[in-house]
Design a protein around this ligand. Structure first.
Ligand code: FPP
Length: 246
């Protein structure tokens, strides 16, 4: 029985997910790793639909890291095939359900046809104002931060920026997440407890939820459970509780 939308109080504004465990899911079943990724796409659909249903504002999914290019060519080709079919087949539903879809990450290495599909999807959903669905694709946070520093340094060298004007909020506007609020909840499936170069700047104050479940087994209900766990946590952003301050 799906949880009702009304049961989630104190919804985070931005949930970011590291979708890990596809390979292990496949290995446990004596299947090729590719089978885990195929099953992982079904979980992507289930989680995106849940996010739409509960009227989450922002969902960011780590689909392909800049380090993932180091995987065997066969696995990369298979993953790219899945991205192709996802962006081809799911965009209609995203348009219809008022989702605004975007990617963050480098656009230099993706195959031109995938990039064209992504850009078409971004353009077709640009006017939507429901869920902001962001795929981190060929993304790495350290490179993102270095690129922001480069942009600011170049502006300073041109004499257009006083270095003393560089604040955390100015810096954040040069990151690829632009106007998105910082994630208040980062979920990682698959049992590992690390951030793997994902939204390192933006997650400074995020609550972290690590789920043992492998991504293909992660369900709508487990996603909603993570949101409920977030709702129960107390967030202080480095301050103390008002009573304790007295
Ligand atoms: C990590 O599992 C997952 C990935 C590297 C890719 C994530 C991709 C998907 C969920 C499918 C495609 C997504 C879209 C948006 C169409 P892993 O292979 O590192 O698992 P392991 O740690 O068990 O080896």
């Amino acid at each position: 029985m799906p949880r009702s939308d009304a049961s989630i109080a104190n919804l985070p504004r931005h949930v970011a997910i590291i979708m890990d465990g596809n390979g292990r899911w496949a290995r446990k079943r004596h299947l090729p790793r590719a089978a885990g990724h195929v099953s992982g796409v079904s979980t992507v659909r289930a989680v995106v639909r849940a996010a739409i249903d509960i009227r989450l504002e922002n969902l960011t999914l780590y689909a392909f890291s800049s380090e993932n290019w180091k995987r065997p060519a066969l696995e990369i080709n298979h993953l790219m095939g899945l991205f192709r079919s996802y962006f081809r087949e799911d965009i209609e539903e995203l348009v219809r359900r008022n989702v605004r879809m975007r990617i963050i990450g480098s656009r230099r290495r993706a195959a031109p046809d995938i990039l064209a599909m992504i850009e078409d999807g971004e353009a077709r959903t640009a006017g939507n104002d429901g869920l902001n669905l962001t795929f981190a694709f060929d993304y790495g946070a350290q490179e993102e931060i270095a690129a922001a520093a480069r942009e600011l340094a170049e502006a300073a060298v041109r004499g257009e920026l006083d270095p003393t004007a560089i604040t955390t909020s100015l810096f954040a506007t040069h990151l690829s997440t632009g106007e998105l609020p910082e994630p208040d909840l980062v979920i990682r499936t698959g049992g590992e407890r690390r951030l793997s170069n994902f939204l390192l700047w933006q997650s400074a104050y995020a609550e972290l939820v690590f789920a043992e479940t492998l991504w293909p087994d992660f369900s709508r209900n487990e996603f909603l459970d993570a949101l409920n766990a977030f709702a129960r946590r107390e967030r202080r952003f480095g301050a103390v509780e008002p009573e304790a301050a007295a």
